[in-house]
Write a protein that binds this ligand. Structure first.
Ligand code: IN0
Length: 451
């Protein structure tokens, strides 16, 4: 039964659910789903808040920020449409971009929606390849054409495609520098997606190449938008690429089960070069008899993602604008937290493994400076380290990556200033992951509720 409790705080109603509100995205695309991670505007489950009472205040602040952001939706119909859709498909992203200056915020909002539209075409399995490929290849031209239209996708994404002229209208109002950056990335991403329509992700290089097209290029594009908005230095392509790869690889790891169980089965991006060391078919990872192999494979994937952390920390440490910094840092902290949660966790093959909503709210609230980022990466890397089993085939590799991250964070000299994400072990916290058995003296406060 899904009862809910409504709390009135300062005259505003806030809803708490008595059961975890598993609002599943009705949209089939993995990209869509991962971008829907935080969209629910509810405060979270009552049980979760009772177990983690210190989540309450950050959750409340997040909820207020969401309300404030919604009130700021511009009155012009095309901008109103773009921001309303952004709020619908990615609430936390919509909150985080809200703090950017108007010009840059508008450019990022349109960039985001253009990429989502491109992705809607890529993911729609009902479009024949010979129709899909030319659309992907020409998408960077369609954004200039207010009359262009192609109906596909479902729900919010169908609305996006059907009303794409409103996105084009807004795009045409952006400054030329922003338009050129969006056009260039859309062209390269469309061509990359077209290339992978008929190509499987075989090797680790294929994996990096695919992730470059769908996420690394987003990093390059954002760096260009920041530069166009007046930021003095343009970040290197290689560091910008790593920012996207780290996020995308985390999503690909976390979404294994959702993707493999989709009907028809969604395209899978776990590279053959990694999973073939453990099983004969990628779907074998979800069967109970392969649990040991599955977790080893998962740990191999996490170790592969950790390669990018060093670049991500470098990229973020060079950002001087506080709003741009937060915008970039929040998803990165969420990603390292998600990897810490997924590592060595069989639940990735059994159900949805996501950071508790309260912990997400804490991340959004607490990520303001580079010291906060070093602190969060330090804490989550400690958790990861405590989960490494010396019998894991990649233990040495994983530990050496983690040691490098821990050293960078320590060498920053700012760790004593941090607000920790981990709390001293509490006997009452029954939903903690495997930390009690590892000798690690902390209990992670970011496990999912058991219900
Ligand atoms: C993003 C990225 C993003 C933000 C900030 C800086 C970036 C630098 C390089 C590359 C990407 C960067 O962030 C979003 C985050 C997001 O949408 N999170 C979800 C939650 C979740 O669980 O996924 C939310 O609902 O808020 C992101 O994931 N992607 C993205 C897309 C477009 C833009 Cl403009 C920025 C998607 C992806 C594929 C990882 C690049």
């Amino acid at each position: 039964m899904h009862t809910h409790i409504v709390l009135y705080i300062l005259g505003y109603p806030f809803t708490l659910f008595s059961k975890k509100s598993t609002i599943q995205s009705p949209i089939p695309s993995p990209f869509h789903r991962r971008l829907l991670g935080l969209e629910q505007c509810k405060m979270g489950s009552l049980g979760a808040i009772l177990r983690h009472p210190d989540d309450f205040y950050p959750l409340l602040k997040l909820k207020m920020a969401a309300r404030h952001a919604e009130k700021q939706i511009p009155p012009e119909p095309h901008w109103g449409f773009c921001y309303t859709l952004l709020h619908k498909v990615s609430r936390s992203f919509a909150i985080v971009i809200q703090q950017l200056g108007t010009e840059l915020r508008n450019a990022v909002c349109i960039f985001y929606l253009v990429l989502r539209a491109l992705d809607t075409v890529e993911d729609d399995t009902s479009i024949p390849t010979e129709v899909k490929v030319p659309i992907l290849m020409a998408f960077h031209r369609h954004i200039y054409d207010r009359d262009w239209h192609f109906s596909c996708g479902t729900k919010d994404y169908k609305v996006l495609m059907d009303q794409f002229h409103l996105v084009s209208t807004a795009f045409l109002e952006l400054g030329r520098g922003y338009q050129e950056a969006i056009e260039d990335i859309t062209m390269r991403m469309g061509a990359g997606m077209a290339k992978f329509i008929c190509k499987e992700v075989e090797t680790n290089d294929d994996y990096d190449e695919y992730c470059h097209y769908v996420a690394g290029l987003v990093g390059l594009g954002l760096s260009k938008l920041f530069h166009a908005s007046g930021l003095k230095d343009l970040a290197s392509d290689s560091l910008s690429n790593s920012m996207g790869l780290f996020l995308q690889k985390t999503n690909i790891i976390r979404d294994y089960l959702e993707d493999i169980n989709e009907i028809p089965m969604s395209r899978m991006f776990w590279p053959h070069q990694i999973w073939s060391k453990y099983v004969n078919k990628l779907e074998d990872l979800k069967y109970e008899e392969n649990s040991v192999k599955a977790v080893q494979c998962l740990n191999d994937m996490v170790t592969n993602a950790l390669i990018h952390v060093d670049d991500c920390l470098k990229y973020m440490s060079a950002l001087r604008d506080p709003a741009i910094f937060r915008f970039c840092a929040i998803p990165q902290v969420m990603a390292i937290g998600t990897l810490a949660l997924c590592y060595n966790n069989i639940e990735v093959f059994r159900g949805v493994v996501k950071m508790r909503r309260g912990l997400t709210a804490k991340v959004i609230d607490r990520t303001r400076t580079m010291s906060d980022v070093y602190g969060a990466f330090f804490d989550f890397s400690c958790m990861l380290k405590s989960k490494v089993n010396k019998n894991d085939p990649n233990a040495t590799k994983t530990l050496s990556s983690l040691e490098a991250v821990l050293k960078t964070c320590r060498d920053s000299g700012t760790l004593n200033k941090r607000k920790a994400y981990i709390i001293r072990s509490q006997p009452s916290c029954s939903d903690c992951c495997s930390f009690h058995h590892t000798g690690y003296p902390f209990c992670i406060s970011f496990c999912k509720p058991i219900n």
